[in-house]
Ligand binder design. Sequence first.
Ligand code: UDP
Ligand code: MG
Length: 311
Amino acid sequence: MKKITILIPAYNEEEVLDKLYSRLKQVLAKLNDYHFEILFVNDGSKDRTLDIIKTLQKEDTMVSYVDLSRNYGKEIAMIAGLDYATGDAVVIIDADLQDPPELIPQMLQYWKEGYDDVYAKRRSRLGETWLKKLSASTFYTMLQKFTKIPIQENTGDFRLLDRRCVEALKQLREAQRYTKGMFSWIGYNKKEILFDRDPRAAGQTKWNYPKLLDLAIEGITSFTTAPLRFSSLLGALISIFAFIYMLIIIMKTIAYGESVQGYPSLMVIILFLGGIQLLSLGIIGEYIGRIFNETKRRPLYFVDEYNGKRV
Ligand code: UDP
Ligand code: MG
């Protein structure tokens, strides 16, 4: 019998865990052809999340948990979970019930048919503001323009991954992780399932606009060097214009002699070029910062305990 790991990253989710657990159990009870492991990754929660998980683990042998040493963010929590998952396939699901567990049987069905990565695509985004929808769609369009690998739009981390995909993802040890892009990057047979994403069952979202902007910059810089290309193209274009303008000025001086006019144009050019230079430096800086972080080669996370054992 195949074993499936249900991987749940959880950060301050005390309000929903019990609800999630009972709904999950209901779904899994109908799937008698598989063994299941429910693996919680406690991402340094400050509330009773860990206590609740520990209680569940005592009552149910299916449940295991990894307790991280602090809050590392969802991307790191997910790779920690993949490192500890023991199943032949892993289903990553949010703790807040925005990803309906009822989709798992269908995912398993496609997995049985031979697909390696069965991902759930949102048909609608209930309970999200128009601003979030707009910013998300603009971001996807931009990212898609820049990168050569197809990035799946309106797709979260809710998906079933075959062991092959898990092993592939485990080899991508970059510290700054943009997991959504990695799922595409590793390839393998993908299958999409459409679903309606529910609003959060309870508790608060951990995302805010600064964090989302961060994720967007992360996504672009970790998947493409297009911004660097953009700044060199801009530089080349401006140089050509500057050269033409220089010729015009020389001709004018030869024809009409020297005059002290031209303060406004001088100012405009200086400010414009200064702006472009700072922008380009900023873009280069983003990449250098990332190189700096990756060259440290730190472990991605530290584990406090695994199923009660100190690691
Ligand atoms: N999460 C986590 N670490 C964090 C933030 C979030 O493990 O630092 C988990 C969280 O518990 C949830 C999932 O990631 O299971 C998605 O988080 P959230 O619902 O806040 O994001 P949203 O659904 O709003 O994108
Ligand atoms: Mg959520």
